[in-house]
Design a protein. Structure first.
Length: 457
């Protein structure tokens, strides 16, 4: 029995070294870390969009000891524009995160979405061998389960939706609400991060399709799909080891020595769902209210460039840079600036050194499917405090974090003070409980658990 993984992003990307040699470099992010080992173990195929060097259509991976085949779909410029930036990131992404005002529902981009989903499904059908398990990932590929099901009625198909599933009233604003649900319900097992998302999905199935739901199932057109709430985990030990390695400790010390203050940290893709402007406003309000903190606290915000071809992302960048400038202009004195802003991706070592150096981690999305940064910080920190939005899926599993409403700027400013003043033994106790829970369901358990359940359907 082999495994077929289907995702928009590929697990390894081709990079040409200075010597001209081609190397396949693992992609950053949880999906590769979780599924690459699983696929190496099972053997099979990974199907994804080959963004760099699209002329390479297939490769066996990992490069030095191949265990599975990566099939790379070549998307045309128009497909990238309409399927990826258009429908996935201007319709489904804002809608699922409750930003209806930012959606652009356009028939032309929907058509591209259908066509590209069909291409992914076709590639899966071609790769399929009797008994294989098929696991499709995320909102870019919601129609793929149905499309595969039509060609392979008896295949075992799983799907994981990595972003929030919104309330049915928000979901129903999508002009293709029926089609999307029907597409997903081609799967036998549908995973989401929280029980709430599962419940909202079932309500949408009832209202939009008139499907029957019972317990954790949805029955639609004589097929039963089972739902599972299974939040993704991280590689806890990898982060713990990295965090306590001499290089990372040294880098963390260097960050502390450079800043010479307590450190508040934010690490996000630069995305309007992540609540970065609200976080900056809260820090500004905090400095207004606590002049004694000036010169003693720095907010370090690391933002990874993201989806810059979409207008709202460019606007957000300008807004954030404007806010950083305004706050620094207002409070800077005697060689201290309140906000340090880094606009680029950083290496994992650098990232963990920042987690290690931080006194307080601010994870304050307005809406987030789960949020891996919160978990990575909890695994890496020595004695820091996690402030976590109640609108991140991870909040369910992390009651020891200081939970906040990110829309409440004054409330958040108050929580900052509480975090900065928290006694050491309380900080350690909270972190320890967080870490114990992270270990109970780490990244590999997440992937293996899902695959086992899919195999049992
Ligand atoms: P994302 O929206 O990308 O993921 P998140 O879960 O926080 O959000 O994952 C981001 C990843 O990128 C983390 O692993 C983090 O370490 C890394 N990262 C962030 N900033 C970085 C930087 N400056 N440099 C380098 N790396 C950086 C989507 C959903 C989430 C869900 C995940 C997984 O939106 O809600 O948790 O998928 O299902």
């Amino acid at each position: 029995m082999g495994l077929i993984i289907i995702s928009n992003r590929e697990p390894y990307a081709p990079k040409r070294g200075e010597d001209g040699e081609l190397r396949w470099v693992p992609s950053i992010g949880g999906l590769t870390a979780a599924l690459d080992p699983a696929l190496q173990h099972a053997g099979g195929t990974w199907i994804a969009w080959g963004e760099e060097l699209p002329e390479i259509s297939e490769v066996d991976l990992p490069q030095d000891a191949p265990r599975y085949r990566l099939k790379r779909l070549r998307l045309s410029e128009a497909e990238v524009r309409d399927f990826y930036y258009g429908f996935s990131n201007r319709a489904l992404w804002p809608m699922s995160h409750y930003f209806i005002g930012r959606t652009k529902y356009q028939t032309a981009t929907w058509r591209a979405y259908v066509n590209v989903n069909r291409r992914f499904a076709k590639a899966a059908v071609e790769s399929y061998r009797e008994g294989d398990l098929i696991w499709v990932h995320d909102y870019q590929l919601a129609l793929v389960p149905r499309m595969i099901r039509e060609a392979l009625p008896h295949a075992r198909i799983g799907f994981f939706w990595h972003i929030p599933w919104p309330s049915a009233e928000v979901f129903r604003t999508l002009p293709w609400d029926r089609e999307l649900l029907d597409g997903l319900l081609g799967a036998d097992l549908i995973g989401m991060h929280t029980q709430d998302y599962v419940r909202y999905f079932q309500i949408a199935c009832e209202r939009v399709l008139g499907a029957e739901t019972e317990g954790d199932t949805v029955r639609w057109q004589d097929h039963i799909s089972r739902m599972v709430a299974r939040p993704i985990g991280i590689e806890v030990e990898t982060f713990e080891e990295l965090a306590t390695s001499p290089e990372v400790e040294e880098e963390a010390d260097r960050i502390r020595r450079t800043l010479q203050t307590q450190i508040l940290l934010g690490v996000d893709r630069l995305d309007y769902t992540k609540g970065i402007p609200e976080r900056l406003e809260a820090f500004d309000a905090f400095l207004d209210r606590h002049p004694e903190a000036r010169g003693r606290v720095t907010l370090l915000q690391i933002a990874v460039p993201s989806r810059e071809r979409v207008e709202s992302y460019r606007q957000l960048r300008a807004q954030v840079e404007g806010l950083v400038g305004r706050i620094n202009g207002k409070h800077t004195r005697d060689g201290w600036s309140p906000v340090q802003y880094i606009y680029r991706g950083v290496s994992r070592e650098e990232l963990v050194a920042h987690y290690r150096a931080a006194d307080v981690m601010l994870v304050t999305p307005l809406r987030d499917g789960l949020n891996l940064v919160a978990k990575e910080f909890a695994a890496s920190s020595r004695d820091g405090v996690l402030i976590l939005s109640r609108f991140a899926g991870a909040a369910d599993e992390m009651p020891e974090a200081l939970q906040v409403n990110p829309y409440n700027v004054d409330g958040l400013a108050g929580t900052l003070l509480e975090a900065l003043q928290m006694p050491l033994d309380e900080k350690k106790a909270r972190l320890q409980r967080l870490r114990e829970r992270l270990k109970q369901s780490d990244l590999h358990a997440w992937a293996e658990g899902f695959i086992q359940e899919l195999a049992a359907t």
